[in-house]
Ligand binder design. Structure first.
Ligand SMILES: Nc1ncnc2c1ncn2[C@@H]1O[C@H](COP(=O)(O)OP(=O)(O)OP(=O)(O)O)[C@@H](O)[C@H]1O
Length: 628
């Protein structure tokens, strides 16, 4: 495990950590290097900084440096203690209320709301007035009482959204105790909120202590940055020109506050792996761990087969347990090894229509901290009008990267480093002359918006996520139609939505339903109907039926094929299910480690697979069939 993976990638976070580290050193070691006790008098009064007194002296001859370093211990100590205490209260109130709901939640929520509306500083002042002692712990407790509510409210909302997620349901179903679900399942997902709450409470506590001490309400027998400011102000240090007395504590409070705020920027980076460039690892884990399909196991045997033949095809980043394979060199070399192990087998597709999309020599890289992942390596394919192009390949082989490049949905850090993608507009449905070609990689964002959906539509893997849960189906059709057919009347749009629903086998009266009122299969059909509503030339379907059971999958696919016959759109269909692809595709493209290893007419690929990887995939299918 490399330490560099845990180092912050952002300069802001590094700066924040350095600041906090320096102050921690000052608080820990500072008191050891000073010759003076913080309250010791007898030195020359109001002496400016000198070799004897680095930060000068106070009006009664105390050493300011000594007070500053001792004060650092107290101020930081109170900040951290009150910050931690306030988070403990927030976590308990937020998690318990958000998870258990009911009366407990109502009571806790009312208390939280009351604390939120009471202004913090006046409450602090009142509470400190009633303190039996003004010790630092008492001050920290008072600060906690006034600062826990904001974070508790955010945590409650987060818990409410997490409590219905599948992994929590699964934990409940597996019999985990409520306490465990709260603290082992939900809490880790809420950690970014807790961590950022902690940082802000710490800053607030340092400021509150300084404020209270400055007002003379803190513990004036203890040296803190706040009490230094109090005495400096009471002795009119400003008028006396003794800047060295109040500038160090004032500046320190400002700098440590900035440092903690800068660290807060880093929390998201750690909480969300996608924000870190090491996303490929996360994807690889997901790919190799979660989707154990026939294809990925077949890929494993393909590798074994290749190894027997003398050349090894490594799965590169797709095996997280393999440290060697995860190293950047191997990641970069994986596609080269695929090419070296066997020549790609590319045959001309056997489709009558004109080309509608041509991908030529496309190369897409993901530069990550550990090196560059070449996700698509010199891929060329042609999609013809009305053609169903089946895109197969193990998880992580580059299918989504290829289709996302076509739809221009690639996300950072993806970089298209070579090749062309051309959309051939052809003649319009109403006839006329050829409308020419569009260079998809260099299209303007305005043209891209106009093209997407009206000519190039997408059906995402999970309709569950693609449909907005809080708007009716009719409104979701409207979203698309209004943008591209601005002149269409609301009534006509509603009728169009109904027609489209009927086409995908859904009762048109369900047009006013919300997504949660539909079954999984129905939702996927709605997603397909929305993709079809503007009669596009091309639909990209990224594993559109994976989440459905076999019977529904079959029904949805039959429907897609019927609609294809009716509308004549071309489809790029991505799936792990090779058997399904063989059945529906005119052309098959098989990818491995970003390389297009087999390409050709579906029947020809089925009858005569030429690449060892495709052969193994098909053999494993045959074995599966034999075993059933
Ligand atoms: N944002 C990213 N940063 C770094 N590497 C990435 C990123 N997205 C994808 N990759 C890498 O690019 C390669 C191709 O990934 P891609 O998602 O295109 O594969 P896929 O065949 O669509 O996989 P799946 O079927 O699991 O969706 C993989 O090695 C993956 O780890």
């Amino acid at each position: 495990m490399k330490i560099s993976r845990f180092l912050p990638t952002s300069g802001k976070v590094t700066a924040g950590l350095i600041i906090v580290f320096i102050f921690a050193l000052i608080a820990i070691f500072g008191p050891m290097v000073t010759d003076y006790a913080p309250r010791q008098t007898g030195n020359p009064p109001l002496a400016p900084p000198s070799a004897d007194h680095w930060f000068g002296t106070t009006q009664i001859g105390q050493d300011v440096f000594s007070q500053f370093v001792h004060g650092a211990r107290i101020s930081l100590g109170i900040g951290l203690f009150a910050g931690a205490l306030s988070q403990v209260v927030s976590v308990i109130v937020g998690l318990v209320g958000g998870y258990f709901r009911g009366l407990a939640d109502e009571v806790l929520y009312i208390i939280t709301a009351v604390f939120l509306v009471i202004p913090g500083m006046p409450l602090l002042v009142v509470l400190t007035g009633y303190l039996p002692t003004r010790g630092m712990i008492s001050v920290a407790i008072v600060i906690t009482i006034t600062s826990w509510a904001a974070s508790a409210r955010v945590l409650r909302a987060q818990t409410m959204s997490l409590r219905n997620r599948d992994f929590v349901e699964a934990a409940r179903a597996s019999g985990e105790s409520r306490l465990r679900i709260l603290f082992a399942e939900i809490m880790p997902n809420a950690l970014p909120v807790v961590a950022s709450g902690f940082l802000f409470s710490t800053i607030a506590a340092i400021l509150a202590e300084a404020g209270l001490s400055f007002l003379g309400l803190g513990s004036l027998t203890t040296v803190s940055w706040g009490s230094m400011l109090y005495f400096a102000q009471n002795s009119q240090a400003l008028l006396a020109g003794a800047w060295w007395w109040f500038v160090p504590p004032g500046l320190a409070i400002a700098i440590i506050g900035a440092g903690l705020a800068l660290i807060n920027f880093g929390i998201d980076e750690y909480a969300n792996p996608r924000l870190r460039t090491g996303k490929s690892r996360a994807k690889a884990v997901k790919g190799s761990g979660m989707r154990q399909t026939a294809m990925s196991s077949a890929a494993a045997s393909a590798e074994a087969g290749a190894a027997e033949g003398g050349s090894t095809v490594r799965s590169g980043l797709s095996d997280p347990s393999n440290e060697e394979a995860s190293s950047p060199g191997v990641a970069q070399a994986a596609h080269e090894q695929v090419r070296a192990s066997a020549e790609p087998q590319l045959r001309k597709p056997d489709v009558p229509g004109d080309p509608v999309i041509t991908v030529r020599d496309l190369v897409v890289d993901y530069p990550i901290a550990e090196g560059t992942v070449r996700a698509v390596d010199h891929v060329s394919i042609t999609l013809h009008r009305g053609e169903v192009l089946g895109l197969a390949g193990e998880s992580g082989s580059g299918k989504s990267t290829l289709t996302n490049a076509i739809t221009r949905l690639l996300r950072s850090p993806a970089e298209v480093v070579g090749g062309e993608i051309t959309y051939h507009r052809g003649v319009s449905r109403s006839g006329g002359s050829d409308r020419g070609d569009i260079d998809l990689l260099n299209i303007s964002s305005g043209d891209l918006r106009a093209l997407r959906w009206s000519e190039l539509a997408i059906v995402f893997q999970s309709a569950m996520n693609a449909l907005n849960p809080v708007t009716r189906i009719s409104a979701q059709f409207d979203d698309v139609v209004k943008v591209h057919r601005p002149g269409m009347a609301p009534k006509a749009r509603r009728e169009l939505a109904k027609v489209m629903l009927e086409k995908v086998g859904i009762d048109p009266e369900r047009v006013d339903a919300y997504p949660h009122e539909l079954s999984g299969g129905m939702k996927q059909r709605v997603a397909i109907a929305i993709a079809l509503v503007l009669e596009p030339d091309v639909i990209i379907m990224d594993e559109p039926t994976t989440a459905l059971d076999l019977l529904i999958q079959r029904e949805v696919l039959d429907q897609v094929m019927q609609l294809r016959d009716e509308y004549g759109f071309a489809v790029i269909f991505t799936t792990h299910d090779l058997a399904l692809l063989l059945e529906i595709s005119d052309t098959i493209a098989v990818m491995q480690q970003g390389v297009l290893v087999e390409y050709g007419p579906g029947e020809a690929v089925h009858a005569d697979p030429r690449h060892p990887y495709t052969q193994t995939l098909l053999r494993s299918l045959a074995d599966l069939g034999a075993n059933v």
